[in-house]
Design a protein around this ligand. Structure first.
Ligand SMILES: [Zn+2]
Length: 511
C-alpha cells in the first residue's frame, strides 16, 4: 500500500472543484488523519466510516464525496491513501486465489448441484449491476424447518475485506465433502440449519470489474458503507442519513424469514473477535457468555496460527464500543432487533491479503469457525406448545433479573423451538404469550452443553372440564359423541372417561 501525501492544503481552502477531482476515479476514498480526543473521534464516526485501524492519536477512514465534504469542516489534516492492489495470482483450486465474479457464481451453483440432499443455493436478490447476493443453506432435510437452531456466517459486507470471502467458500466445500465421512461435521449438519454467505457486497468487491478484486471498495455501488446502514438501537432507523440500500434490505428480509439464533459477520483490517455493543457503552446482558465464545474463538486461533495471531486487544477479543463507536452496524441490528446473537470477526490485518496467505488463514481459523457453529447447539433450548392442542407457539422468553436491551428471545414457528445461549449458572426463565398463562421455570446451564426444557403454556380461556360441561355447546358436542343423551338435565352429575375428555378437548379447539 502506498501512502500518497497528495494534499497538505489547508482544508478550508479546498474548493468544491477539488473535492470533485478527488472523487473522479472512485466514489470512495481511503485516508489517514490525526484526531484530538475520543470525543472528536466519536463525532467523526457519525460522519465518515472509521476503519478498524484506530491508533492512539491517528485513525484511518473511508468517505464518499458528501461525507468527506463534512469531514473537511473539522479542519483536520489528512493524507489520502491509494489502496488499490495488484497480485500475481494464478487461477488455482487450492483456495489461494480470489475468484472472478463468474467463478464465484459457478462455485456456489456447483455446491448445490453436487450435494442436492444437504445443500441449497438461495438467490436472495439481484443488484442494479446484475450481480447477485447468494447464500448457501446446508442441513439434512435441507429447506424443511426442523427443531434446529439457525446459524449464519456472512462475509465481506465491506467489499475490500476479503479473507472471509475465500474462507467461507472453502468452509462450504469442507462441510459438504466431510459430511458423509466425518461424524463431527455430520452432527453439525444433521442438527443445525447452517447458512453461509461468502460475499455480502459483490458490487464493492468487483468495483473494478468482474475479473478481479484489485480495485475493491469498502462501500457498495452507491458509495455507502453497508455496516452503517442498519437500524440502530440508539440512533434510529437511518443512523447514516441514507435510505436502506438494496443489500441491507436483502439481509433484513433474510433475517426476518430465517430468524438466526447465532451468527457472525466477517471482516478484515484487524485481528479480533468483537462482541456487542458497538453503538453504546451498555454492557450486554450476556457479557460472560460473549467472552466465553469469543475467547474460545481466539484461543483456538492462537493455537493454530502463528505466534501473535489473535493476541491483540484483550487477548484477541474486545467489546465493540471500547474499540470505537459504530452506529448502524449489522451486529447491533441483529442482536437488538432480531434477538439473534451475532458478533463481528476480524480475520487479518491486511484487508485483502496476498492470496498466497489464504491457506494459512484457513488453517488458523478452521477449528474456531467449526466450534462457533457448534455453539448453536448449546445453552437452553426446547419447544413451546399450547398445552391443550399441542400446537407450537411463538412465545416470549425472558431470563428474569438478567435480560436487558432486547436480549430476550422468541420461540419461532412453525416448530415452536427456542434457543437461549447462556453462560453457566442457575437461571429463572419466564415464558409468556398473549392469551396464555405465563410459566416460570428454574434451570441450570453448563458451558458447552445443552439443557432442554419443552414448555406447555395453558390458554387463559381454557376452563376446566367441570366448567366446560356447563356450557351449552359442549352438551351438543357430547350429544354428537352419542353419550349422555340426557345430559342437559343432569349437568352436574356427568362423569366422563379420559378418552371422552380428550374428544371434548378436540371439539372445543375446533369450535
Ligand atoms: Zn469491515
Amino acid at each position: 500500500m502506498r501512502i500518497i501525501f497528495l494534499l497538505c492544503l489547508i482544508p478550508s481552502l479546498i474548493l468544491s472543484q477539488d473535492v470533485n477531482s478527488i472523487f473522479k476515479e472512485k466514489g470512495e476514498i481511503y485516508f489517514a488523519f490525526k484526531y484530538k480526543n475520543r470525543n472528536q473521534l466519536n463525532k467523526l464516526s457519525k460522519i465518515i466510516s472509521l476503519d478498524h485501524k484506530i491508533q492512539k492519536d491517528s485513525a484511518f477512514a473511508y468517505a464518499n464525496k458528501k461525507e468527506f465534504s463534512e469531514f473537511l469542516n473539522f479542519n483536520i489534516n489528512y493524507n489520502i491513501i491509494d489502496n488499490n492492489k495488484t497480485f500475481n495470482q494464478q487461477k488455482s483450486n487450492n483456495w489461494d486465489y480470489y475468484p472472478s465474479y463468474s467463478e464465484y457464481v459457478n462455485l456456489m451453483e456447483n455446491f448445490a448441484d453436487s450435494f442436492p440432499s444437504i445443500c441449497k443455493l438461495h438467490r436472495l436478490g439481484v443488484l442494479n449491476s446484475g450481480r447477485e447476493i447468494l447464500i448457501i443453506q446446508i442441513s439434512n432435510n435441507v429447506g424443511i424447518k426442523e427443531n434446529e437452531p439457525s446459524f449464519l456466517y456472512t462475509s465481506s459486507m465491506h467489499g475490500d475485506e476479503l479473507t472471509g470471502y475465500v474462507l467461507m467458500l472453502r468452509l462450504i466445500d469442507d462441510i459438504l465433502h466431510n459430511y458423509s465421512t466425518n461424524n463431527y461435521v455430520k452432527n453439525l449438519v444433521d442438527n443445525i440449519d447452517i447458512w453461509i454467505n461468502p460475499l455480502a457486497n459483490p458490487d464493492g468487491t468487483y468495483a473494478g470489474g468482474n475479473n478481479n478484486v484489485f480495485s475493491a471498495t469498502r462501500s457498495n455501488a452507491n458509495n455507502i458503507d453497508l455496516n452503517r446502514n442498519y437500524p440502530d438501537p440508539q440512533d434510529g432507523l437511518h443512523p447514516d442519513g441514507n435510505s436502506f440500500q438494496p443489500e441491507t434490505m436483502i439481509f433484513m428480509g433474510l433475517a426476518d424469514t430465517v430468524n438466526f439464533n447465532l451468527a457472525s459477520n466477517l471482516h478484515t483490517g484487524s485481528v479480533v473477535a468483537n462482541y456487542p455493543w458497538d453503538t453504546w457503552s451498555n454492557t450486554p446482558a450476556d457479557l460472560n457468555w460473549w467472552e466465553h465464545v469469543c475467547n474460545e474463538y481466539s484461543d483456538t486461533c492462537q493455537l493454530n496460527g502463528n505466534s501473535n495471531y489473535f493476541t491483540d486487544f484483550n487477548n484477541g477479543i474486545t467489546n465493540g464500543f471500547d474499540w470505537y463507536e459504530v452506529d448502524g452496524g449489522r451486529q447491533d441490528y441483529s442482536n437488538y432487533f432480531n434477538h439473534s446473537r451475532e458478533f463481528t470477526l476480524e480475520l487479518s490485518n491486511d484487508k485483502t491479503p496476498n492470496p498466497n496467505s489464504l491457506p494459512y488463514y484457513w488453517n488458523a481459523n478452521i477449528s474456531s469457525l467449526y466450534n462457533f457453529i457448534q455453539q448453536s447447539l448449546f445453552g437452553l433450548r426446547g419447544i413451546v406448545t399450547d398445552s391443550i392442542s399441542g400446537q407450537p407457539l411463538k412465545a416470549f422468553i425472558e431470563v428474569l433479573n438478567h435480560d436487558i436491551d432486547s436480549s430476550q428471545v422468541f420461540s419461532t414457528l412453525p416448530i415452536g423451538n427456542y434457543h437461549r445461549y447462556l453462560y453457566q449458572g442457575n437461571y429463572q426463565i419466564k415464558f409468556s404469550k398473549n392469551g396464555y398463562h405465563s410459566k416460570t421455570i428454574n434451570t441450570s446451564i453448563l458451558n458447552n452443553s445443552t439443557t432442554t426444557n419443552d414448555i406447555q403454556l395453558v390458554p387463559i380461556n381454557f376452563v376446566s372440564i367441570n366448567e366446560i360441561i356447563k356450557e351449552k355447546n359442549i352438551y351438543q358436542s357430547i350429544d354428537i359423541l352419542g353419550k349422555n343423551k340426557n345430559s342437559k338435565n343432569k349437568k352436574n352429575q356427568i362423569i366422563f372417561k379420559k378418552s371422552d375428555i380428550n374428544k371434548i378437548k378436540k371439539i372445543i379447539i375446533l369450535e
